[in-house]
Design a protein around this ligand. Structure first.
Ligand code: HDD
Length: 711
C-alpha cells in the first residue's frame, strides 16, 4: 500500500464538502425553494406572514452565525499539508509519526496573532501563534507553538492578569491589537519575569515578514520517551526553509492600513502559486540526568535553551500544500490543545504548561458549543475512535448497542484498554513528591541574564529597531511613573539600552547605568544569521507606456526562473505598450499597490516611460519608501534617471558615459548602455546580481539606516 497516503485527511473531509455549483436551492430540510427574493406577504404591499418558513429559517440561521472568537489568538489563518520524518526517532520516542520517512502524516496549521480581535490587522506588533495538528495513525498530536521561544510569565495562573493587561483597556476598548498603553506596561513594570519576552516583543521577531518566514517554538518543556521508558526533556522548533525575516515597523504600520490581510494573503497566494511553505521540525533534547546542569531552570518558560548549548536536531519536514475550502468550517472551528499528545510524548512540571493543559479544552467547550467539538470534521482524528462517552450537544456519532460502560460482558469487554506494549498511551512514570505550597521556585528568579544574552546577540540594526519599538510602545503610555519604572527595569539588563529608551520617551535616564556583566550571546537568535534566499520574493516593476519591453522581459524571465514573482505597477490597470509596440499587462495601479507590499523594485528603461515616472509623485514615493526600508532597488538604462531624481541619487549609480558597466551600491544596482540583462545564473549580469541582492532581504549598511551605537 502506498504508505505516503495511508491516512488521508483529505479523503476524510471529502464527504463533508458541499459543492453548490449548478444545484437546486433548498431549505435546511431539503425542500426546493421557488423564490428567495421576496418574503411571503398578504398582498405585495402587505405584512410578511409568519408561515413563511423559508424566510424564518434563513433569517434565524443568519442571526446565529457568529460564535465567540478565541479569547486570545482570535485572528488566525490555516492551511493543510503533510509531515515526513527524516529518520526513525525510536531511540528517543515511540511516537509513530516520527519513525518512517516514507509516511506522510496529514497536518493542519493555524498561524495567528495573539492579542488582536478576529478582524484586526495581520502586521501588528505581537507574538505569532504557530499551531500544528498532526493527524497521526495513533491519534491527534497538537504542537501549539509561538514564533517567540519564551513567554511572559512562569505560572499559568497569571495568564488572565497578563491578557487583561494587554488587551484593549476595559474603559474604552482602546488600543486594538497593541501593547502601546498604560495597563500593559504597568503589568510589565510590576512583573519582572516578563522582561525577557518583552524584549523579544520589541524586536523584529514580533513583525514577521511572512508566516512562511518565521520560526515556531514549543516554549514549554515536554518529554519524549522511548519503548524502554527512557525519557528526555525536549523543546520543539519549526525552522522555515526560507529563513526568518521581518518587516520594518514603518512598513508594518502602513501594511495594517493598505492590506490588513497581508500575511494571510501571502500564505494563500503562495500555496495557490505552488510556493508551498516548508518548515523543518527540530528538537532540543536534555537527558533526565542533566536536568540541573544549566544556569537556567529547564522548566522555566521565560527562559530559552541556547541552541549553541543544546543543539537543535532536525527530525522532519512539514509542507503546507492546500488552502482551506471554507474558513469558518476549518480555520475558525479548529481546536488545538497542548494536552493532545500521542504515545512517546508526555508533559513536564513546567507550571505554564500545566495550566495550559486545563485552559484549552475549557475555552473550547464554550467556543464550540459543548463536549462534542472533536466530531467537527477538522477536529476529527484520522485514527479510529471508540469509547463510552455519549450524548451532549451536537452529538454526531450514532453509537450502536446497549453498552456504554466498561468492564462489560454484553459487548465482549469492548472497547477494551490497549496494553502499553500494544500501543496504549502510558504516561512517563515520573516520580512526583512535595508538600502543598503556593510558591515560585527560586530557580526561576533570574529574570535578566537571558535578556542580557538576547540583547548581546542583536546586530546594531536589530538593537536600533528594539529601541525604536520601546519608543513607539511607551509613547502610547500616559502615566509617567509607568514609563520611568520600565526604564529602571531595563537598567537591570543594559544601562545604555535603558538610557536610550528614556531619551526617547521623556523619562529620566538611569543615574547609574548598569554595566554589562554578561558577555554571552547566542547567534541563533539574531535574524542576521538566518538563511538568505530570494525564492518567492515579490518584485515591483515600475512602468508606463514606452517602457523598454526587452529589458522587462529579460529581467522578468530571470526572476521567475529563480522563483521570484513580479508585478507590473503603473498608472492604470489594463495593458501598456512598450517602446517596440509589444504589450505588457499591468498588475497593480499606484492606488492599489505600495512599496510595502514588495521586497524589491525594478525600474526598466524606455525614455517615454521613465519621463512619465519622473513626473509622478506616486512613483517617486514608491521608490523612496522602498529605499527608506532598505530594500533592493534596480534600474537599467533610462530607468537610472528615476533614481537620480529621487532620494536615491546619493547612491552610486551607473553614469551615462560608461559603457555597459554594472554598478552595485548597498543594494542599489544600475547599468547603462546595456541591452543584455542576462538570463538566470549568469553571474555579473544585472539580473543575477539583482537576484543576489534581493536574497540579502534588506541592506542595513545604507547610511539612511540608523544603527545602534554602543555607549
Ligand atoms: Fe495559548 C490559544 C500558544 C500560553 C491559553 N495559545 C493559543 C493558540 C496558540 C497558543 C498558538 C491559538 C491556537 C489556535 O490557533 O486555535 N499559548 C501558546 C503558547 C503559550 C501559550 C506557545 C506559551 C507557552 N495559552 C498560554 C497560557 C494559557 C493559554 C499560559 C492559559 C493558561 N491559549 C490559551 C487559550 C487558547 C489559546 C485561552 C485560546 C483559544 C484556544 O485556546 O483554543 O486556551
Amino acid at each position: 500500500m502506498d504508505k505516503t497516503n495511508e491516512y488521508s485527511k483529505d479523503e476524510q473531509l471529502k464527504p463533508y464538502r458541499a459543492d453548490h455549483y449548478n444545484k437546486n436551492l433548498t431549505t435546511n430540510q431539503g425542500v426546493p425553494v421557488s423564490h428567495t427574493d421576496d418574503s411571503l406577504k398578504a398582498g405585495s404591499r402587505g405584512p410578511t406572514l409568519m408561515e413563511d418558513f423559508h424566510f424564518r429559517e434563513k433569517l434565524t440561521h443568519f442571526d446565529h452565525e457568529r460564535i465567540p472568537e478565541r479569547v486570545v489568538h482570535a485572528r488566525g489563518f490555516g492551511a493543510h499539508g503533510y509531515f515526513q520524518a527524516y529518520e526513525p526517532m525510536t531511540e528517543f520516542t515511540r511516537a509513530s509519526f516520527l519513525q518512517d520517512p516514507s509516511v506522510k502524516t496529514p497536518v493542519f496549521v493555524r498561524f495567528s496573532t495573539a492579542i488582536g480581535s478576529r478582524g484586526s490587522a495581520d502586521t501588528v506588533r505581537d507574538v505569532r501563534g504557530f499551531a500544528t495538528k498532526f493527524y497521526t495513525k495513533e491519534g491527534t498530536y497538537d504542537l501549539v507553538a509561538n514564533n517567540i521561544p519564551v513567554f511572559f510569565i512562569h505560572d499559568a495562573i497569571k495568564f488572565p492578569d497578563l491578557i487583561h493587561a494587554l488587551k484593549p483597556e476595559p474603559h474604552n476598548e482602546i488600543p486594538q491589537a497593541s501593547g502601546a498603553h498604560d495597563t500593559f506596561w504597568d503589568f510589565v513594570a510590576s512583573t519582572p519575569e516578563t522582561a525577557h519576552m518583552v524584549l523579544w516583543l520589541m524586536s523584529d521577531r514580533a513583525i514577521p515578514q511572512s508566516f512562511r518566514m518565521m520560526e515556531g517554538f514549543s516554549v514549554n518543556t515536554f518529554r519524549f520517551f522511548n519503548n524502554q521508558g527512557k525519557a528526555h526533556f525536549v523543546k520543539l522548533h519549526w525552522k522555515p526553509v526560507l529563513g526568518t525575516h521581518s518587516l520594518v515597523w514603518d512598513e508594518a504600520q502602513k501594511l495594517a492600513g493598505k492590506d490588513p490581510d497581508y500575511n494571510r494573503r501571502d500564505v494563500w497566494d503562495a500555496i495557490n502559486r505552488g510556493d508551498f511553505p516548508e518548515f523543518e521540525l527540530g528538537v532540543q533534547m536534555v537527558k533526565e540526568e542533566d536536568e540541573f546542569n544549566f544556569d537556567f531552570d529547564i522548566l522555566d518558560a521565560t527562559k530559552l535553551w541556547p541552541e549553541e548549548v543544546i543543539p537543535v536536531k532536525k527530525i522532519g519536514k512539514m509542507t503546507l500544500d492546500r488552502n482551506v475550502d471554507n474558513f469558518f468550517a476549518e480555520t475558525e472551528q479548529v481546536a488545538f490543545h497542548p494536552g493532545n499528545v500521542v504515545p512517546g510524548i508526555d508533559f513536564t512540571n513546567d507550571p505554564l504548561l500545566q495550566g495550559r493543559l486545563f485552559s484549552y479544552l475549557d475555552t473550547q467547550l464554550i467556543r464550540l458549543g459543548g463536549p462534542n467539538f472533536h466530531e467537527i470534521p477538522i477536529n476529527r482524528p484520522i485514527a479510529p475512535l471508540h469509547n463510552n462517552q455519549r450524548d451532549g450537544y451536537h452529538r454526531m456519532t450514532i453509537d450502536k448497542g446497549r453498552v456504554s460502560y466498561f468492564p462489560n460482558a454484553l459487548q465482549g469487554n469492548s472497547p477494551h484498554p490497549v496494553p502499553d506494549q500494544e500501543g496504549g498511551y502510558v504516561h512517563y512514570t515520573e516520580k512526583v513528591e512535595g508538600r502543598k505550597v503556593r510558591e515560585r521556585s527560586k530557580s526561576f528568579n533570574d529574570h535578566y541574564r537571558q535578556s542580557k544574552i538576547f540583547w548581546n546577540s542583536m546586530s546594531p540594526i536589530e538593537k536600533q529597531h528594539i529601541i525604536e519599538a520601546f519608543h513607539f510602545e511607551l509613547g502610547g503610555v500616559m502615566d509617567k511613573q509607568v514609563k520611568q519604572r520600565i526604564v529602571d527595569m531595563y537598567n537591570n539588563i543594559d544601562g545604555h539600552l535603558a538610557t536610550q529608551i528614556a531619551m526617547g520617551i521623556g523619562a529620566t535616564p538611569p543615574a547609574n547605568p548598569s554595566k554589562a556583566d554578561v558577555s554571552d550571546s547566542s547567534p541563533a537568535v539574531s535574524q542576521e544569521n538566518t538563511i538568505k534566499t530570494a525564492k518567492t520574493r515579490q518584485v515591483a516593476i515600475l512602468a508606463e507606456n514606452g517602457v523598454n519591453f526587452s529589458e522587462v522581459n529579460q529581467v522578468m524571465n530571470a526572476l521567475n526562473s529563480a522563483g521570484l514573482h513580479c508585478h507590473i505597477v503603473s498608472s492604470k490597470q489594463g495593458m501598456i505598450t512598450g517602446v517596440d509596440g509589444q504589450q505588457l499587462e499591468v498588475n497593480k495601479s499606484w492606488l492599489g499597490a505600495g512599496s510595502v507590499m514588495y521586497d524589491a523594485v525594478y525600474v526598466p528603461g524606455g525614455r517615454q516611460s521613465v519621463d512619465q515616472l519622473m513626473q509622478l509623485g506616486d512613483a517617486l514615493h514608491f521608490i523612496n519608501e522602498a529605499f527608506k526600508h532598505a530594500k533592493t532597488i534596480g534600474a537599467t538604462n533610462e530607468g537610472v534617471d528615476l533614481l537620480t531624481t529621487s532620494q536615491i541619487k546619493g547612491a552610486k549609480t551607473a553614469g551615462k558615459d560608461t559603457h555597459a558597466q554594472l554598478v552595485k551600491d548597498q543594494g542599489v544596482l544600475t547599468i547603462q548602455n546595456a541591452a543584455d540583462m542576462g538570463n538566470h545564473n549568469q553571474e555579473g549580469y544585472f539580473s543575477q546580481e539583482f537576484i543576489n541582492a534581493i536574497a540579502q532581504h534588506r541592506h542595513w549598511e545604507r547610511a539612511n539606516q540608523k544603527k545602534f551605537i554602543p555607549a
